[in-house]
Design a binder for this molecule. Structure first.
Ligand code: SF4
Ligand code: SF4
Length: 260
């Protein structure tokens, strides 16, 4: 999901499809291009993707990040993000690709779920509201568009089980929008504050240790009911982490926590 700037935020950017637009799509193991789209990808993993995959694979956050991602800084963004590392064989397949298809299918990342639809957010500075927009972008070799069932973007999202992913990524995108300005005061995202913010977004195991085993709770006040939730639930901890980053780095208040 990316932010799109438009002179008229009510218009549709190039290539976007209307909310009620219909497109034909059907992907199945019988297509001649089966699995071709799972090679040599720049596949960004959002924080919720990392949680879903590391839980499914039975890995700690550290193990998952060490084995499966490259950390990158995108142009125009001052927060590091993570790309899924492709296998190092000549065709660079996704590490989760098996001969019969995706081996992590129920927990596949948002970009894979949505494919070949992409989602963006248009920010209207006047109303301070975001509007979701969609693009239908199958690669040229994709055979899934020739026949098949017809979908609107929302029917596709529902069918692919992408709703929770979309909700979490929207929270993430709203935070990332702030990082189009540099908050690091010369130390860069690799400095101490940047590393802590990265941990709160991508490394739930380390962030949980930090919240419960450092002086964190002496410095921030958190409602006890909410504290119980974040203690045992990675997704609640991620929501909390995103709010903490906005407060810690940008001074944005949150109902989830307050400085003491
Ligand atoms: S996670 Fe699954 S669907 Fe996504 S690229 Fe890898 S194999 Fe393909
Ligand atoms: S390229 Fe299109 S039809 Fe082929 S496997 Fe990928 S999504 Fe399915």
């Amino acid at each position: 999901m990316k932010y799109i700037e438009l002179d008229d935020p009510r218009s549709l950017p190039d290539g976007a499809i209307a909310d009620d637009a219909l497109f034909s799509f059907d992907c199945n193991p019988g297509v001649s291009c089966f699995n071709r789209c799972c090679h040599n990808l720049n596949l960004f993993l959002y924080p919720y993707d990392v949680i879903r995959l590391k839980q499914h694979l039975g890995l700690s956050s550290d193990q998952f990040l060490e084995r499966h991602v490259d950390v990158v800084l995108r142009d125009g963004c001052f927060f590091p993000e993570v790309l899924l590392s492709m296998s190092e064989t000549s065709e660079k397949p996704c590490p989760f690709l098996s001969p019969s298809g995706c081996s992590v299918y129920p927990h596949r990342p948002e970009a894979c779920r949505m494919f070949p639809v992409e989602q963006g957010l248009v920010y209207d500075a006047k109303t301070r509201q975001n509007r979701k927009i969609h693009f239908f972008k199958p690669p040229e070799f994709c055979q899934g568009t020739t026949d098949g069932k017809q979908w609107t973007p929302s029917a596709w999202i529902k069918d692919q089980g992408a709703e929770d992913y979309n909700r979490m990524t929207q929270r993430w995108s709203e935070l990332i929008r702030l990082f189009r300005s540099d908050p690091w005061a010369g130390e860069g995202p690799g400095g101490k504050r940047g590393k802590m913010a990265f941990m709160a977004a991508y490394n739930m195991d380390a962030f949980r240790e930090f919240v419960f085993k450092s002086s964190f709770l002496k410095r921030y006040r958190i409602a006890s009911a909410h504290l119980d939730k974040v203690r045992g639930d990675d997704v609640e901890l991620l929501k909390f982490g995103l709010a903490w980053i906005a407060l810690f780095i940008w001074g944005k208040p949150s109902p989830l926590l307050k400085p003491r």
